[in-house]
Design a protein around this ligand. Structure first.
Ligand code: ADP
Ligand code: ZN
Length: 627
């Protein structure tokens, strides 16, 4: 490792990682863990969790405590994580099923000699007898420094990615008393949090809960019309040449959308669990290593993807709950520069998600929790007030309107849908009363709008007293009313009977007019991008590197371009993503200062001692050559 003189957390931050200050609670966490305390860290995706255990690992290794073991389920990404540490001059290695027996043995030897600062391992590896015997040996010699349990929500069935192997990790606590543990996750609802503490026996640990706000991400949720066209317009108008992720519900849809985007000249690749493992890995590598790839994916994609310059995350279908939505959208803008989270949703999404819950083999209690979570997301989608305030309040944080979401920028008009809701509900009541049959949303809307369809004639539904009472409403409006009614639980979708709609306990108050139903007006514009913001955007985020570079003079832009080309070459040689060498923002900063000597590079964010030594001279040369 590059020699470090004073090993305070701050000196490691600046000398090893090249950053000048800690973010949020990082410092408190690092100090607590350095001193040997246990910790549970809840931080949003992109908040900077890695440094919370990497810096203590370095400090404690230096102080003679030995090896830190990082438990992570993300086998496909370990190589890049370890590569990034090597670039920063830190001794790290990984043990997982991608290594041959010989390679694994070599790593084990290095670990036993204490030559490794951070060892990454999959949970199923950590709990094998062979590995535990090696940990025993380290422990007996006082060379087992720290356990970092990443993606700790995997231990909980309430999290979105339950992995039974995580349950066995209690062995660490029982077998290696006194070795500190830090568990980290970006999933933080109260239920999951309590479960993590209990399952990992971290009840006595310090909890560090940071704000979940990601101020640089702009949230937009639009009603689904022609989803593919809406998506295409969004990308073409606002994200040309950007890297992004598009989430879809099904594998088939992933492939269709990837094809459609490609046909439009967008560099799109598919990713889902049904693809051949090689193809999947290759697409992931291209996304990480190349510029401006749009990954069209199911939720199988993304955990642990730490690409910092993803400029947008789009949801073409509604996810299951706010945790999932927040985790997925959190993959945008990790570098802190402006980024967007964009989603389309419609009644069909709600119906589909309901059905998946109803048809799942889980117990009733579990289903009830899942329904509640879906409703919260639906409430967010239907909201006409600040999205961020709602999101944060879901994570028990209070905040004020953000000025950087669609509703803040373009306050939607709301209309009083109380009467329309009553008409729909009483129609459900009356048709059921007539023949004990329930009907779907389409037919119910036809009745209220007074349409004489075949089905209306067949069932004599023109006789119902609500027939035609809502003729003034468009179908889109009534659909919106149904969504809202489903969101507040006043209508139940019966998945076992063709998604027919039924009244619930909560219907009564709405029928009586006791619950006002206020709805956002269904916009005729199919995309909020079609409308000019009524308010100026907030300046919470720094501009993306591309924007900084675009503002440079010609010589500056030439330096930026030359630096990127140089970086691609280095990244290819090292078989690592380009951002592991330097972030775009670091290159933009270098291009701006036009360094002539090594010392000009001092203090540029993202250049630590090792990188300065390894690349500094070349960077100066590239800049001068680009003039
Ligand atoms: P998380 O694991 O919480 O999603 P990461 O640890 O991947 O987030 O950090 C996100 C990004 O922020 C990374 O690119 C990292 O280098 C950067 N980062 C983290 N802490 C700091 C800091 N104190 N100053 C500047 N950049 C930071
Ligand atoms: Zn807002």
């Amino acid at each position: 490792m590059t020699e470090i003189h004073a090993l305070t957390p701050l000196s490691i931050l600046s000398e090893v990682f090249g950053y000048d200050s800690f973010r949020g609670p990082q410092q408190a966490i690092v100090e607590h863990v350095c001193a040997g305390g246990d910790a549970l860290v809840l931080m949003p995706t992109g908040g900077g969790k890695s440094l919370c255990y990497q810096i203590p690992a370095i400090a404690r290794q230096h102080a003679g405590h030995g090896v830190t073991v990082v438990i992570s389920p993300l086998i496909a990404l370990m190589q890049d994580q370890v590569g990034a540490l090597h670039e920063a001059g830190v001794e790290a290695a990984f043990l997982n099923s991608t290594l041959t027996f010989e390679e694994a043995s070599a790593v084990e030897k290095r670990m036993l000699r204490g030559d490794i600062t951070l060892l990454y391992a999959a949970p199923e590896r950590v709990t094998t007898a062979r590995f535990l015997a090696q940990l025993d040996s380290l422990y007996e010699r006082g060379k087992l420094s720290l356990f970092a349990i990443d993606e700790a929500h995997c231990v909980s069935q309430w999290g979105h990615d339950f992995r039974p192997e995580y349950r066995a990790l209690t062995v660490l606590h029982e077998r290696y008393a006194g070795v500190p543990r830090i568990a980290l996750t970006a999933t933080a609802d109260a239920l999951t949090r309590a479960d993590i503490l209990e399952r990992l026996q971290l009840e006595a640990s310090e909890q560090f809960v940071s704000s979940f706000d990601r101020p640089n991400i702009r949230y937009t949720i639009v009603e689904k019309k022609e989803a593919t066209q809406q998506l295409l317009r969004f990308i073409q108008r606002e994200h040309e040449g950007d890297a992004g992720i598009v989430y879809c519900q099904s594998r088939k849809r992933v492939e269709d959308i990837a094809e459609t985007l490609s046909a439009q000249g967008i560099n799109a690749l598919p990713y889902h669990a049904g693809l051949d493992q090689k193809v999947r890995q290759n697409n992931q590598n291209r996304f990480l290593r190349e510029d401006a790839i749009v990954m069209v994916a199911t939720i199988a994609f993304g955990m642990g993807i730490d690409k910092p310059d993803v400029r947008f995350v789009a949801h073409l279908d509604m996810p299951k709950n706010i945790e999932g939505y927040y985790q997925e959208t959190g993959r945008a803008g990790r570098d802190g520069s402006t980024a967007q989270a964009w989603m389309t949703y419609g009644l069909q999404d709600v119906v589909n998600q309901r059905r998946m819950i109803d048809e799942s083999p889980a117990g009733e209690e579990f289903k009830q929790v899942m329904r509640g979570k879906l409703d919260a997301l639906l409430g967010l989608a239907e909201a006409s007030d600040c999205r961020r305030v709602r999101l944060l309040s879901y994570f028990d944080e209070t905040s004020t309107p953000c000025g950087n979401c669609d509703n803040c920028l373009n306050p939607p008009n709301v209309w009083d849908a109380t009467q329309a809701a009553r008409k729909l509900l009483s129609t459900i009541y009356r048709v059921h009363q007539m023949s004990s049959i329930s009907f779907g949303a389409g037919h119910l809307m036809d009745i209220v709008r007074g349409k004489r369809t075949e089905k209306v004639a067949q069932f004599g539904h023109a006789e119902i007293s609500t027939f035609g009472l809502g003729a003034q409403h468009s179908e889109a409006e009534l659909r919106g009313v149904f969504r809202q009614l489903i969101a507040i639980g006043a209508v139940n979708v019966n998945a076992e009977a063709y998604n027919t709609l039924q009244l619930t306990e909560a219907s009564r108050a709405v029928l009586k007019g006791e619950v006002p139903i206020m709805l956002r007006e269904s916009t005729s514009a199919s995309n909020t991008a079609d409308r000019k913001p009524k308010r100026e955007k907030s300046s919470a985020a720094k501009p993306a590197a591309a924007a900084i570079a675009a503002a440079l003079d010609n010589a500056g832009q030439a330096r930026f371009t030359a630096l990127k080309a140089w970086r691609s070459e280095v990244a290819r040689e090292h078989n690592l993503p380009a951002y592991v060498i330097f972030h775009d923002a670091t290159l933009a900063a270098i291009a701006t200062i036009a360094p002539q000597t090594l010392s000009d590079l001092h203090g540029v964010s993202g250049i630590g001692a090792k990188k300065l030594e390894a690349y500094g001279a070349e960077v100066v040369r590239v800049c001068e050559g680009a003039a």
